[in-house]
Design a protein around this ligand. Structure first.
Ligand code: AHM
Ligand code: MG
Length: 324
């Protein structure tokens, strides 16, 4: 019994402590993150019992991006919206599953000084296969909650005050940054390795890639030193980025001549993951520019993305991926 830790550090305790750096912090962000944590716990339990409870399969709708909506997506979306609203700390919500932003009504549970952008269940094409899926979120500050609008989130990713993801796999993990490094739920400071010879991209799209993208990936597969990178691609951004964060390497969803802006959405997929990667010592780019400098012109705007270990950006031949 001697080795049992009794001075437990919870997510709330950690964030509260982290926030003491800000003189005007009143615990609002902590409360907001607690409501996200509650949403993640509920979704994790639903994901675990989804097969038994008949939650896999389509809900019979398509979302704003024209994709099939799974029942679990609907559940996760409703859970996060309810949980976030009940925190009383948000005035704007943007979800991948809702075409329009949600402006929170001050009459109900009250509004607050934050906007949350989120993908309630990313990687949903993997649900039926039992592969890891997750929730991705980013948080912006709202200066005038009484007059909140989508302008509060159409801002560069570097203005996010916090970002994170939960991954529902063999265990559930919450990874969070408030702009002061990256922490796992168990308060492990996370740093991405400087290099690891793994590349992660949907090669089924390579027919449609432009020449620099083809050359870049070819240079990883047919390097001059005869030591090629290994390929790993799950098709769940949370799982692919998590592996990249822990082991290193490069994850990409580039533009191609079918999808000029790539597939992944800036606000609730690219920005949060880019903030986490940068805070963990890695890089995130469009292949040309820093992701976090982009100002989106639409709440569902997309961007090509390449992220990963510092030194893996310097290998390969694509000139515009080399030194960002
Ligand atoms: P989703 O939000 O509809 O689940 O789509 C996003 C997912 C990401 O998790 C993943 O990186 C990508 O789509 C995989 O796309 P593809 O199947 O085209 O490789
Ligand atoms: Mg998604």
């Amino acid at each position: 019994m001697d080795n049992i830790e009794t001075n437990l550090i919870t997510l709330s305790r950690h964030v509260l402590h982290d926030q003491t750096r800000h003189s005007n912090a009143r615990g609002d962000l902590t409360l907001l993150l607690t409501s996200i944590q509650l949403g993640c716990k509920f979704v994790a339990s639903q994901v675990r019992r989804s097969g038994l409870a008949n939650l896999t399969g389509l809900a019979g709708k398509t979302n704003v991006q024209g994709e099939d909506v799974k029942k679990l997506d609907v559940l996760a979306n409703d859970t996060f919206i309810n949980s976030l609203k009940s925190s009383g700390r948000v005035s704007v919500l943007v979800s991948e599953e809702n075409e329009n932003e949600i402006i929170v009504d001050s009459k109900g549970l009250g509004t607050g000084k934050y906007a949350v952008v989120f993908d309630p269940l990313d990687g949903s094409s993997n649900i039926d296969a039992g592969v890891s899926i997750g929730t991705i979120f980013g948080i912006y500050h709202v200066s005038d909650p009484a007059n909140a609008s989508k302008r509060d989130v159409l801002k560069a990713g570097k203005e996010m005050v916090a970002a994170g993801y939960a991954m529902y796999g063999s265990s559930t993990t919450l990874v969070l940054t408030t702009g002061n490094g990256v922490n796992g739920y168990t308060l492990d400071p996370i740093k991405i390795p400087e290099r690891h010879k793994i590349y992660s991209v949907n090669e089924g799209n390579s027919l449609f890639w432009d020449e620099p993208t083809k050359e870049y990936f070819n240079s990883l597969k047919f390097p001059a030193d005869g030591k090629p990178y290994s390929a790993r691609y799950i098709g769940s951004m949370v799982a692919d980025v998590r592996r990249t964060l822990l082991y290193g390497g490069v994850f990409a969803y580039p533009a191609d001549n079918k999808s000029k802006n790539g597939k992944l959405r800036l606000l609730y997929e690219c920005f949060p993951m880019a903030m986490i990667l940068e805070q963990a010592g890695g890089k995130a780019s469009t292949g040309r520019d820093r992701i976090l400098d982009i100002v989106p012109d639409d709440i569902h705007a997309r961007s090509p993305i390449v992220l990963g270990s510092k030194l893996d950006f310097q290998c390969g031949v694509a000139p515009d991926m080399s030194d960002k």
